[in-house]
Design a protein around this ligand. Structure first.
Ligand code: F6R
Length: 364
């Protein structure tokens, strides 16, 4: 049931600190600040390459994880949507690791990609919310997300729980490969333990987002920009907005702006910039300057430090809590989801059951 919420989506957005916390507790040992995984049939030290395969929002969780595995574990990662992966006959080798991410565990393309990877002799590991699902049953290793049932068609809490599992897995990879010391692991795990509290703090900006949603609802198009791990989040923001509010939106890597989409910038198209104060922050600021110089209306999602350094006229600045730079996507997902949700509410769409969409896509 929806408890006191108007929609399942609202309830599921608000449940995130709790369910991400449950997921965290399954995969890390809080007392010793170590990652805690079930016994894996492979050693990360022997893995030459990881392929991550999923659809939609789950693929964006995979895209964030690519940055984490590469940064923390120095292991090359390929990410692809399942419908492309399965038909391009990706050259997987025996001993490669293939990771599948799915809330439902029933997505037809992801399942077919899993079967393809198994036939190629790859290790298969799935991050799944429904443990009795077909993908869970057919995978060699299953790491369950503890999001609980997700009813809203637009994925929210499953996404952040997927990120939590993948973050723990990337830390484990870094550790096994000798890229991270015990102290590094403890520091990163400490950062993960902070996440549920930071997500709860991020939820308190909801009134500001509600106001902003009234502005966004007047737009025909919205552009989302981000760099590094904020880039997949920009893709997710655009997907969420279009699927429930039916407003056209695009997500771009901030550095790609000048290679095309900058032609679209005018005072009618809001530009949502996701920019925590991380190692690529200054680069994103210069992209914001390009937008501002062309009269674009910037909605900046950043932290206090970023807001102080941005020195750019933004329409609205949404300030998120200070945190360790590595894991910002789990916290910045909150304003991104809330913005889509409240815009859809203003538009009067069927938020939990958007037109033309199904919760589980069991046909290809
Ligand atoms: C977006 C959304 C879809 C799903 C996609 C994969 O909000 O819900 O993009 O993420 O259909 O579904 P699962 O995770 O069940 O494989």
């Amino acid at each position: 049931d929806k408890a006191n919420y108007r929609h399942f989506m609202a309830k599921e957005i608000h449940e995130q600190p709790e369910v991400v916390g449950h997921t965290l507790a399954r995969y890390v040992d809080m007392a010793s600040e170590r990652v805690l995984l079930p016994k894996l049939p492979f050693d990360f030290k022997d893995i030459q390459r990881i392929s991550i395969v999923a659809c939609g929002t789950a693929s964006y969780a995979g895209y964030v994880a690519k940055y984490w595995f590469e940064r923390l574990g120095r292991v090359p990662v390929e990410i692809d949507v399942a419908s492309e992966f399965r038909y391009r006959e990706a050259p997987l080798r025996k001993g490669d690791l293939a990771i599948f991410i799915s809330q439902s565990g029933e997505t037809a393309d992801t399942l077919a990609a899993l079967r393809y990877a198994k036939a190629a002799g790859a290790y298969t590991l799935s991050v799944i919310n429904v443990p009795t699902s077909t993908i869970a049953r057919e995978s060699e290793t299953v790491l369950q997300t503890l999001a609980g049932p997700e009813i809203g068609v637009a994925s929210t809490k499953a996404f952040t729980c997927q990120l939590m599992v993948l973050a723990a897995l990337a830390v484990a990879a870094g550790k096994a490969r000798g890229e991270l010391s015990d102290a590094d692991e403890a520091k990163l795990v400490h950062g993960l333990i902070e996440i549920p509290r930071l997500m709860a703090q991020a939820l308190t900006i909801e009134p500001q987002i509600e106001k902003l949603a009234r502005e966004i609802s007047k737009s025909k198009d919205v552009l989302y920009l981000g760099r590094g791990t904020s880039y997949p989040l920009a893709l997710e923001g655009a997907l969420k907005l279009k699927e429930i509010s039916y407003i056209h939106a695009e997500g771009y890597a901030a550095g790609e702006l000048k290679h095309g989409p900058i032609a679209l910038i005018d005072e009618n198209m809001p530009v949502v910039v996701i920019a925590p104060h991380d190692r690529v922050f200054e680069k994103t600021v210069s992209n914001m300057q390009e937008v501002a110089a062309r009269g674009g209306n910037i909605i900046l999602m950043t932290d206090a430090k970023g807001a102080a350094e941005a020195t750019i006229e933004s329409l609205v600045t949404i300030i998120l809590p200070d945190m360790a730079a590595t894991f910002t996507p789990m916290v910045y997902a909150i304003p991104v989801q809330l913005l889509a949700y409240h815009t859809a509410v203003v538009m009067g769409t069927d938020v939990d059951q958007p037109r033309n969409l199904a919760k589980s896509v069991t046909v290809e």
